[in-house]
Each structure stands twice: as C-alpha cells, then as structure tokens.
Ligand binder design. Structure first.
Ligand SMILES: Cc1cc2nc3c(=O)[nH]c(=O)nc-3n(C[C@H](O)[C@H](O)[C@H](O)COP(=O)(O)OP(=O)(O)OC[C@H]3O[C@@H](n4cnc5c(N)ncnc54)[C@H](O)[C@@H]3O)c2cc1C
Length: 419
C-alpha cells in the first residue's frame, strides 16, 4: 500500500490514480517470470511519468527497477545492454564514463529506458530519431513467463519496439551508442511569430537540437533553446532573435532552478541535451501535458490553424514547446515514416478545462493528420488514432500472437486503439 492509500499510487504529476490491485517489484528475472506466468492481468510500470492511464491494469503492476543488471558495453563500442527499469540519467553517467553517448535524450533524464522507449519518447533535432530509434534489441518476459530475446534481425522487430506495454515486460534493452560528445546550450528571445512561421524549417534546422517555447496569443516567441555541437556555428543572434540575459525566466516561471546550463558553456551530452538536471525535480510538477505530431511539410500550416485558439490556449497554458524528430520505421512510433514536428502543451493542472479544450485543438489539427503522444492527454477516438498508423492491424495481430489471453491489455489500449 502506498502512502496515499492506493495499492499502486499515482502518476508522477498526480494526473492518474492507478487502479491496479497491487504493485510488485521482483528482485530477479525468475521471480518476474513466475509472477507474469501466474497473473491473469498484468502490466509494467516505469517511473510513472506518463500523464494518463497507459500503464494501468485492473490486475498487477510490475516495476523492474530492482532487477540488477550492469550496463554492458559491446566490445566494438557501438551498442550497450542497459537495464529497462533505471532512468536514462544513470545509464548516461555510465556510458559517459566509458567515453560513450546516446545520440539524444528527452527533456528529462528521470524517465526509465523501458517506459520511454515503449511510447516513442523524443527529444529534438531534425536528424535525431526518437529514443526508441536507438533500440537494437530487447529482452522481455512474455505472457507465459518465457524470457524472449528480440533484435533487428527478428521478423517484425519494427512492430515490437514502440509496444505500449502490450507485448510483455521488458527487462533489458540493447541501445545504439556513439562516442561521447559535448554540447552547448544558448537561449534566444524575441523572435516574432511571423518570422518563426516564415522560417520554420530553417529555425528548427539551425543546430543539433532546437526547442521553441511559446505562447499562442502573443507577437513574439518566448524562448528558443539551441543545443549545438562543437562543429555547429553559434552566432550572437538566431534568425534575428537576441541572446537572452543570464537571468532569463525560462520557458515556465520555474518554482525552482532545475534546468541544465544555458550559458553557452560546453558540457557532456547528458548535461545539456535534457532541459532538466538529473539532480533536480523536473518541469513544474503541478501540470498536465499533451502533444501532437504532424509531418514537417504541414508544420507551419498546423501552427497557423491553432493560432485562432491562442487566447483560450494561453489561459490554461504553462508553455508550448516545438521540437522536430527524424522519421523512423517503427510501426507505432509517432514519427513512423514522417519527418515530424511535435507541438507540445504543458498545461496548468486544470483537468476540466484541459479536457474541454483538447477536442478543439484536435479538430484544428485534424486536416494535418496529427498523431497524439501516447503518454500524454488526448481525446481522439480510436478510429481517428488508428487512421494515422498504416501498420496498426499488424500491431494488433502481433499483440494477439504474443498475448493470446490479453493479460497485457487495458482500458487505454481499448479506448485509444480498439485493441
Ligand atoms: C516532466 C515530464 C517531461 C517529459 N518530457 C518528455 C519529452 O521530452 N519527450 C517525450 O516524448 N515525452 C516526455 N514525457 C513523457 C514521458 O517520456 C513518457 O510518458 C514515458 O513513457 C515515461 O516513461 P516512464 O518510465 O515514466 O513510463 P510509464 O509512464 O511508467 O509507462 C509508460 C508505458 O511504458 C510501459 N512500460 C514501462 N516500463 C516497461 C517495461 N519494463 N516493460 C514493458 N513496458 C513498460 C508501461 O506499461 C506504459 O505502457 C515527459 C513526461 C514528464 C512527466
């Protein structure tokens, strides 16, 4: 029983109370296998950073953080096996100490590797895949308790990586790694909205990773965070936007100083690519998040279609963030076969108001075939979500094949995908 009196507690932001009967934390793979084999309904819970009921189950939730496993680097230095239940921040420290890096990270290093890659968590950068794109192998416990190894040579692996928890409980993942690198972070302010729309592709392509933070009913964009590698040129202005003063407020009026260094100093990749420091509580906390992915060629039109809703959006918004993601081949990835722009909303913690506005946002984005972030709030019906994924029937068949008794199914999969 957790301190709030519910068997499995609440999501990180408190936006979902897990309805599971129990939370288990097996200490060995064998104990996990036994647990899954004996359960009628079971799902994995990561670090609880999804904002909805994606992870939940009416049965037993399982967290694999206690499965001890080393970060195991391949002899050729091009990949590493990492435990699924631990946060990227811990994996990053070990990789960096070995002279290695992941190509990209999300805005926070606190999320578990298995939970993040199950949903296609992303950072930014035109040439950067989402984090699931780095997965080259997985070990998972399937419905009958078997420990199964799959990798890029396995048939249908592209359907298994972004799995939404529907295929099994992942114990370890093999990730692509690259030689370690340094990144600097610079912040620019005052870019007019009109300039952003006129130069959107170039603004997003101007460095290794670019994030644009904005409100909608304003003339200028709030802040642009530009994450550059040593080979990128960093000027004193960015598309006419001025360098922010060291005392700049940040995308959200932060309750605490929790962001990574934005002073233009170079530092290790894992201390610059995330917006939030691993040793601090990320983001605002008292919040809800939503995010929609559109193809890059529709990005400016999609932003323009949302602007008429700007006053209503801004009333309940902490910040919007725009990021880009390279196209991939993973069937259920929001970036499946689309160079993508992610349009993100960090909302004030006003569930009724957010719920009321989301259908209007989704209607405005419908002409652009928007795909919702699996781990955040959205209201799109299953038929509309399914229409965005060419391989959804194949994914459903895979889930049936791997989980014939529907142990890993839940309300979320039924409501959002008709599974
Ligand atoms: C402050 C904040 C910032 C965020 N920033 C970003 C961002 O920059 N980019 C982005 O894309 N998203 C972002 N997110 C969303 C977040 O990355 C995703 O929701 C991610 O899934 C969270 O990982 P988790 O470990 O908390 O997973 P959970 O939320 O616990 O679970 C998510 C899914 O993964 C499955 N899962 C978890 N562990 C396993 C396992 N071992 N085996 C099988 N399935 C498993 C669960 O069953 C569930 O389906 C943010 C969230 C927060 C709270």
């Amino acid at each position: 029983m957790t301190s709030d009196g519910t068997p499995a507690g609440v999501s990180w932001a408190g936006t979902h109370v897990y309805g599971a009967q129990a939370l288990r934390e097996p200490g060995t793979v064998e104990a996990l296998q036994e647990l899954v084999a004996g359960a009628s309904r079971v799902r994995a819970l990561g670090t609880r950073h999804s904002f909805n009921d994606l992870a939940d189950t009416p049965g037993v939730l399982v967290n694999v953080a206690k499965l001890a496993a080393p970060v195991d680097i391949a002899a050729d230095g091009r990949s590493a096996w990492v435990p699924g239940g631990i946060p990227y921040g811990l994996v990053a420290q070990q990789l960096h100490a070995a002279g290695l890096a992941l190509r990209n990270l999300g805005s926070l290093p606190h999320i578990s590797v298995a939970g993040a890659t199950a949903v296609g968590t992303h950072g930014s950068g035109d040439r950067n895949l989402n984090l699931s794109g780095s997965v080259r192998g997985m070990e998972l416990v399937t419905a009958d308790g078997s420990l199964v190894h799959v990798d890029r040579d396995t048939a249908d692996f592209a359907g298994m990586v972004v799995h939404l928890g529907a295929l099994g409980i992942v114990t370890r993942l093999e990730l692509d790694v690259v030689p370690t690198f340094e990144v600097r972070q610079d912040v620019f302010v005052g870019l007019p909205w009109s300039e952003l729309l006129a130069n959107l592709d170039a603004v997003m392509a101007g460095a290794y990773s670019v994030s644009v933070f904005l409100h909608w009913h304003t003339d200028t964009v709030r802040e642009i965070w530009v994450k550059s590698r040593i080979e990128d040129a960093v000027g004193e202005t960015y598309f006419g936007a001025a360098r922010a003063l060291p005392s700049h407020a940040g995308p959200i009026e932060q309750v605490a100083d929790n962001t990574t260094a934005t002073d233009g100093s170079y530092g290790p990749w894992h201390e610059r690519l995330p917006h939030f420091r691993f040793d601090a509580v990320p983001s605002h906390g008292d919040e809800i998040q939503s995010e929609y992915f559109v193809a890059r060629e529709h990005a400016a039109a999609a932003l323009s279609a949302l602007r008429p809703l700007g006053a209503r959006i801004d009333e309940i918004l902490l910040t919007t963030e725009l990021r880009t993601i390279a196209a991939d081949e993973l069937w259920m990835s929001p970036a499946y076969r689309r160079e993508s722009m992610a349009i993100h909303f960090t909302w004030k913690n006003l569930p009724d108001e957010v719920s009321a506005l989301l259908p209007d946002i989704e209607a405005a984005l419908a002409p652009f075939d928007a795909r919702p972030h699996w781990g955040k709030w959205f209201r799109m019906p299953a038929a509309d979500v399914r229409a965005q994924y060419d391989r959804v029937d194949d994914f459903a068949a895979l889930a049936d094949q791997w989980d014939p008794e529907a142990k890993f199914r839940n309300d979320y999969l039924s409501r959002t995908l008709g599974l």
